[in-house]
Ligand binder design. Structure first.
Ligand code: ADP
Ligand code: MG
Length: 254
């Protein structure tokens, strides 16, 4: 057994920890086409924190959050979310657990083009068995919280990039997930809209024992983080405190 494969100590999971990763390894493809995207990730994500995952394109950020969210299986190591190991669950159970506990904002948003904003936001409730009329009512209330009450009947194509981003966020939050994961939520947005989206995320996706993980390589939003984990080439290379002091690109010695 290599160091990377060491088992998770039994007492590592605590009430304050939402996600525990130890020695996570993930390789795509086989033999000559193999790409190792995660090379032994050790990471804890705490409750009530916004953790940002930063690093250059291709360093493994999307792969890591996909494993954490149970969308992708890892090859070795341990990943526990609320003490549960998604990779050992049957597919039906995994889908149910994921649907109940995790909200995911995909980089490409993945809004359904033929559905209105309210219908898009209602999807996770419908999947979880909520009646249509009630799901739409809740979706409208959620759209109101993200400042889009007047756009509930708009199709995604009729909305700006920032508005589509807010619809995707509303959809990720509608079912009250304890863990919300966003993949580069500000990458397509201008500075001001990006800041508004971050303020919104902190406001609606944190507190009450929840955790928020945001993948980014946008240093302009680091000020919103409680902690910033930096990745490079499939590894976590540092974990620092976030906040306004860390927004400068370089060591802050003041
Ligand atoms: P990031 O999100 O940091 O840009 P990714 O996790 O998307 O990085 O990718 C990490 C590495 O894994 C990259 O080298 C990428 O090309 C590779 N990769 C990602 N997804 C796949 C896939 N489905 N098949 C093969 N290689 C992949
Ligand atoms: Mg990515």
């Amino acid at each position: 057994m290599t160091l990377m494969e060491r088992p998770l100590p039994k007492n590592t999971f605590s009430r304050r920890t939402t996600v525990v990763c130890r020695g996570l390894i993930k390789t795509y493809g086989t033999r000559e086409t193999a790409v190792t995207a995660l090379r032994g990730i050790d990471l804890d994500i705490y409750t009530d924190e916004l953790l940002m995952l930063a690093g250059p394109s291709g360093c493994g950020k999307t792969t890591l959050i996909s494993v954490i969210a149970g969308i992708l299986d890892h090859d070795s190591g341990d990943c526990r979310v609320f003490g549960r190991d998604f990779s050992r669950m049957r597919n039906s159970k995994k889908t149910r657990m994921r649907g109940e506990t995790i909200g995911f904002v995909f980089q490409a948003l993945n809004l359904l083009p033929a559905l209105t904003a309210a219908e898009n936001v209602a999807v996770p409730l419908l999947v979880n068995g909520v009646r249509w009329s009630q799901a739409i009512r809740q979706a409208r209330a959620m759209l109101d919280r993200v400042g889009l009450a007047d756009r509930e009947r708009s199709l995604p194509a009729q909305l700006s990039g920032g508005q589509q981003q807010r619809v995707a966020i509303a959809r990720a939050l509608i079912h009250g997930p304890k863990l919300v994961v966003c993949d580069e939520p500000t990458s397509a947005l201008d500075h001001e809209t990006g800041h508004k989206v971050m303020q919104l995320l902190r406001e609606v996706a944190l507190g009450e024992g929840r955790s928020l993980v945001i993948v980014t390589h946008d240093a302009r939003i680091f000020e919103f983080a409680d902690r910033i984990a930096r990745m490079d080439d499939g590894r976590i290379v540092s974990v620092d405190k976030g906040g306004r002091k860390d927004t400068a690109n370089g060591p802050s010695l003041a």
